[in-house]
Ligand binder design. Structure first.
Ligand code: GLN
Length: 311
């Protein structure tokens, strides 16, 4: 991190108090359990490449990871199968559509990218499922190594999504009907729900983003979670697709690879510099945390974090 450490702490605190009063946005309610979140919760966390942790507000409050899991499961698929094999089944083009859109290429049935639900369901399906190493066990181990501590599942949120997840099931059936995918996306969608229900904090998400920024090595534990090229591939897809139909505007204004989730988690990564996370559950129309977007956007401006900006 090039800005002085005191400047980071001051900036996080200042942004927290500046945006804590913003009451715009809605709680996600299509997964009923998510509508029970505290609309006032707001936490910010940043982790540098030397493992320094900076945080303010509700950075230790638990919530479910939701779509912020997608880049990390994509990283696992890339690690196990390689970019060429994964790309046969899920593309890397921005869809310009909402997270739950029917984003499938007309000719091949391949999802547009691994950040939208259709692509994430395929990514999850690609993770091998064997008696010795079940698919979800592999995913939970991987997410935990990115976070640097053992994570667990919020069973209430899982049950709530499993009870109401018919749109994602419909996407899985559609994928199965149109493509020659060698694995069954319909079975895998239940694992996808479980992956989305893994419990994290903003500090965990900052560690996960920092691991991607640090070339795949967790800066807190020193654990090499994925190879350097995999970390770069994931950051590239986050930069172009991580914010769904707001990805272009985000890259233009904030200038960092990022990923949002409907429980209010939001990560951004500064390659070779930092991992950043926000938690605040009031969402805008794209399903992104309103306060998180404001705070990370302003932090990028304040500290000159835009990747295309070279002073
Ligand atoms: N589990 C949620 C879903 O599939 C994740 C969506 C999100 O966070 N954007 O609908």
């Amino acid at each position: 991190m090039s800005p002085a450490t005191g400047a980071v702490t001051d900036a996080l605190r200042e942004l927290h108090s500046r945006y804590a009063g913003v009451g715009e946005g809605e709680l996600a309610d299509y997964i009923p359990e998510l509508a029970l979140a505290d609309p006032g919760a707001f936490g910010l966390a940043l982790i540098s490449m030397d493992g320094h942790r900076y945080s303010t507000g509700d950075a230790g409050a638990p919530f479910t990871i939701q779509s912020v899991s997608k880049p990390f499961v994509y990283a696992l698929a890339l690690s196990l199968l390689g970019l060429d094999e994964v790309s046969r089944w899920v593309n890397a083009e921005p869809s310009g559509e909402a997270f739950n859109a029917i984003s499938l290429e007309r000719s091949t049935g391949r999802p547009a990218n691994a950040m939208v639900n259709a692509g994430a369901i395929v990514t999850t399906a690609l993770i091998p499922d064997t008696p010795v190493a079940p698919r979800f066990g592999r995913i939970l181990d991987c997410l935990s190594r990115f976070a640097g501590r053992r994570l667990d599942v919020d069973e209430e949120v899982y049950a709530s999504e499993a009870a109401t997840g018919d749109r994602n099931r419909a996407l899985a059936y559609l994928i199965r009907s149109t493509g020659p995918l060698p694995v069954d996306p319909v079975a895998a969608v239940e694992t996808y729900f479980r992956q989305c229900s893994v419990r994290v904090t903003a500090l965990d998400l900052a560690a996960m983003a920092a691991t991607l920024a640090h070339g795949g090595v967790n800066p807190l534990t020193g654990d090499r979670v994925v190879a350097e090229p995999v970390a770069a591939q994931v950051l590239a897809v986050m930069a172009t697709c991580g914010m769904y139909d707001a990805s272009g505007d985000w890259l233009l204004r904030v200038g960092l690879p990022a990923k949002s989730g409907v429980s209010g988690g939001l990560i951004a990564a500064g390659p070779a510099r930092f991992g950043l996370a926000a938690y605040s559950p009031l969402l805008d129309r794209t399903g992104t945390s309103v306060r998180g977007h404001l705070a990370i956007g302003m932090l990028s401006e304040r500290l000159g974090l835009h990747l295309m900006y070279n002073p």
